[in-house]
Design a protein around this ligand. Structure first.
Ligand SMILES: O=C(O)C/C(=C\C=C(/O)C(=O)O)C(=O)O
Length: 132
């Protein structure tokens, strides 16, 4: 992460695995240990207008993009990506076993020069942690 975009086709949104996807990705990303808590945003969007594969209405998709800040080496990015993707696949396997489903996952690194922030979540989170 810390920015995750999750898209899924509307024909699977009520499936139990898909309902858990946002939390699973949030947890998996934080478990990598490389992302600051205050930088995390996970979005879940249902796509209602789409054509998948041969256009059969049973076809479905999940597309996950993690957009992360610049500066981590490839080994670190790859280890984090592998971990998150493993979790996505583990969660979605039963759904994948019972219907046509295309899962795609990618990690994108944001520009070091063109990535702007106005974010006070780090301070709020630290204050809350300190007062516990
Ligand atoms: O740079 C990014 O947007 C992603 C990132 C951290 C983000 C923050 O800490 C923030 O928005 O304050 C990262 O660690 O990859």
């Amino acid at each position: 992460m810390p920015h995750a975009w999750i898209e899924c086709s509307a024909n699977i949104v009520d499936e139990p695995e898909v309902q858990q996807l946002k939390q699973r990705i949030y947890d998996a990303a934080l478990q990598t240990g490389i992302f600051p808590l205050g930088g995390v945003r996970v979005r879940f969007q249902v796509i209602t207008d789409y054509i998948v594969g041969d256009g059969d209405p049973a076809n479905s998709f999940v597309h996950v993009v993690l957009r992360i800040g610049a500066g981590r080496d490839l080994e670190t990015r790859k280890a984090a990506a592998d971990r998150v993707f493993e979790q996505v696949c583990e969660l979605l396997k039963p759904l994948h076993d019972r219907r046509p489903l295309a899962v795609a996952f990618e990690v994108q690194e944001m520009s070091a020069d063109l990535n702007y922030k106005f974010n006070n979540l780090h301070e709020y989170i630290n204050q809350r942690a300190g007062s516990r």
